[in-house]
Design a protein around this ligand. Structure first.
Ligand SMILES: *Cc1c(COP(=O)(O)O)cnc(C)c1O
Length: 387
């Protein structure tokens, strides 16, 4: 039968405890999430600064719609590039110290676009093993050669760079790793890329707004200007609480995207009202330092309590705190037990993470309070001691 792999593979996922489906959430999300009729403390969102349902941003979206309408009406090169997009671009350039920017509707599409655009069959792509699926998938579909270096392992990267003879090579790493919360050694990566005449791209989806002076991200936190990288990419759907993404680099790179990137050219521009809202979110992320201060205070409290309760966490100083369980079924079971106690914590399983490293990916946000963390740690401690 044609396409009978569909049923087979779905069945297999169920057998392996790896089957996935969405849960319908109700209303806004923040400190709590409502699923069906129940409220849970929400420890699964990427809304690190608590902006996704902020009243100021809700008003901004309404005002943006009044000013610019709800849809862009076309692709960026036809009629879809509104003053709202131009204003957002200028604002991001000045906040983040970037030369030029291309907006994308999603980070997934931005990553696919860059890899397809720049890497032909003679090029080499070097990726950290734990890079996001959007980068890995694009790399394996592209014509270039792709090699993966061991996670945050500069020596391994060095050995690959020494062997390479490709005219164009690109190193890509996440700034903050999405499933582990640890950070890339950006300074070392930059030195290595320079030594080997390679380009460096950082995907800072989880660093922008969270790390660095005024939330300028992982690269700035490492003491490097964003403009020193050939490519800096980040999304608006995580700490900024909205959605969409950008790729930044030299003016020539962005002109090249405008002229040659199909995922950039042949897609409808972000709704201008949304671009306007992203601008307001970016301004809040830049100016409202208390959001970062509070989030980091919660992170440090969480880590301290975890040590006191003998709970082993991954090595992360960011909002993403992984509790590695190992077995997928067990991770699911722990997540279910937490749910029964009123905590929404997602079990992340292969293939999103390597085999035998199923985990609870706990995320802390500005919206949490100290007592939420205390309750969560007590619940985890009780559940783990029963296993
Ligand atoms: C979420 C994420 C993306 C994709 O961004 P979207 O805007 O959600 O499509 C890309 N890279 C990393 C590291 C991410 O975490």
């Amino acid at each position: 039968m044609a396409f009978d792999f569909i049923e087979q593979q779905l069945q297999q996922r169920k057998i392996d405890g790896l089957y996935r489906q969405s849960q319908i959430t109700q209303g806004q999300q923040g400190r709590y999430i409502k699923v069906a009729a129940d409220h849970y403390l929400n420890f699964s969102s990427n809304d690190y600064l608590g902006l996704a349902a902020d009243p100021t941003l809700i008003k901004a979206w309404q005002k943006g719609a009044e000013l610019y309408g709800v849809g862009s009406g076309g692709s960026y090169l036809v009629t879809g590039y509104n003053q709202a997009h131009a204003d957002l671009t200028e604002q991001l350039k000045s906040w983040l110290g970037l030369e030029a920017i291309a907006l994308f509707s999603s980070g997934y599409s931005a990553n696919q676009a860059i890899i397809k655009l720049l890497l032909d069959k003679n090029a080499l792509l070097l990726q950290d093993k734990l890079n996001h699926a959007s980068l890995m998938e694009a790399g394996s579909l592209a014509q270039c050669k792709m090699q993966r270096f061991k996670h945050n392992d500069s020596a391994h990267l060095q050995s690959l760079l020494e062997k390479q003879q490709n005219p164009n090579s690109l190193i890509i790493s996440e700034g903050v790793f999405s499933m582990d919360g640890d950070q890339a050694p950006v300074k070392e990566l930059l030195i290595q890329s320079k030594q080997h005449n390679s380009w460096l791209m950082i995907d800072d989806a989880h660093g922008l707004g969270v790390l660095g002076k005024d939330g300028q991200g992982s690269v700035v936190e490492s003491g490097i200007a964003n403009s020193e990288l050939q490519i800096y990419m980040a999304t608006f759907g995580k700490a900024l609480g909205v959605g969409g993404a950008f790729v930044a680099g030299s003016q020539a790179l962005i002109d090249y995207i405008n002229n040659f990137s199909k995922p950039y050219t042949y897609t409808t521009g972000l709704p201008p009202a949304m671009a306007y809202t992203i601008g307001c979110a970016a301004q809040m992320a830049e100016i409202e330092q208390w959001r970062r201060d509070k989030m980091f205070e919660l992170v440090s409290y969480f880590k301290t309590l975890a040590v006191q309760h003998d709970i082993q966490l991954g090595e992360s100083n960011t909002a993403i705190q992984p509790l590695i369980i190992g077995d997928s079924q067990k991770a699911l079971m722990v997540a279910e037990q937490l749910k029964a106690l009123g905590f929404w914590v997602t079990a992340i399983r292969p293939p999103t993470v390597p085999v035998n490293t199923a985990r609870l990916r706990i995320t802390l946000t500005t919206s949490h309070e100290l007592q939420d963390i205390k309750q969560l740690i007590a619940a985890i401690s009780t559940i783990l001691s029963e296993h």
